[in-house]
Design a protein around this ligand. Structure first.
Ligand SMILES: [Zn+2]
Ligand SMILES: [Zn+2]
Length: 275
């Protein structure tokens, strides 16, 4: 399985030389299965740079939710103007109706000059109720994140390899709502987990209820579930490369202290991870 990050920023894109290392585009990840099939996760501004997505006629996008930073790039993704392309939007049953409506609303004429209904590509929607077995080698599972307006996490199981992507998820409020065990169960057995760590411990103390996690809470989760690879993403738009480097150092120190071996790092635009 291969994971490629095209956007790692949360909330809004960041521009400037202080953001070059980790990148300024908002959330977009491309997962390539062992047989070459691809799944795009989220359509933040990073999706503009996704090319060579495979056969034109078969494009699959899982949308965690429709906050702007996860949908804003879609009108700028060239393939939606390709009459040969066939798009499957995959959405959890948990927030299916809202996300589907927002896709149409985003391109309704007043917010963007092209109307979604006038696009030449073929469009269909797939609803996942907890789990979807695509075939013998590929299963997708979804998690109901704790996030204002709802959001969904995804677990991709491909030929025994497991990638879990959880962004816009507030771990501490899952804990306070007695859902922490459910989160641990969802993440257990993953080879690689990528989780939203928008805030430092200090920032989180002012932002409880905003729908994101602190780097400390992400480390607690990783130490408990022990994937081989732990990645933090959805970087705060105000966090410079230096600050994100500090998150990485802090995490490595916590893992060492806990005696847990793991490849741990902050997601960077154009990062390619294979396992
Ligand atoms: Zn977001
Ligand atoms: Zn969000």
């Amino acid at each position: 399985m291969q994971i490629e990050f095209f956007g790692t920023r949360g909330s809004v894109p960041s521009c400037g030389i202080e953001y070059v290392k980790y990148g300024g585009n908002t959330t977009c990840v491309v997962v390539t299965m062992d047989d070459g099939r691809k799944l795009i996760i989220d359509a933040g501004t990073g999706i503009r740079n996704v090319a060579n997505i495979g056969k034109d006629e078969d494009i699959r996008i899982f949308l965690t939710h429709s906050h702007w930073d996860h949908l804003q790039g879609l009108p700028f993704f060239g393939q939606i103007y390709n009459p040969e392309a066939s798009f499957k939007y995959i959405i959890s049953a948990h927030n299916f109706d809202d996300v589907k409506a927002d896709i149409y609303k985003q391109m309704s004429g007043t917010t963007f000059p092209v109307n979604f209904n006038s696009l030449p590509c073929d469009v269909s929607f797939v609803k996942i109720d907890k789990s979807l077995k695509v075939d013998d080698s590929l299963t997708l599972e979804v998690f109901n994140n704790h996030h204002p307006g709802e959001a969904s996490g995804i677990k991709i199981i491909n030929n025994g390899k497991v990638f879990t992507f959880l962004t816009d998820n507030e771990i501490e409020l899952l804990r306070k709502n007695n859902r922490y065990k459910e989160l641990i169960e969802f993440c257990k057995g993953s080879d690689c987990i990528a989780h939203d760590a928008q805030y430092s411990k200090e920032e989180y103390s002012h932002k409880e209820g905003w729908g994101h996690s602190s780097i400390i809470h992400v480390l607690d989760l990783l130490i408990e579930t022990k994937p081989k690879i732990g990645i933090f993403t959805h970087h705060d738009p105000n966090h410079t490369d230096v600050q994100i480097d500090e998150f990485e150092e802090l995490g490595k120190a916590m893992l060492k202290e806990a005696n847990v071996q793991m490849l741990f790092f902050g997601a960077k635009e154009n990062d390619v991870i294979e396992f």
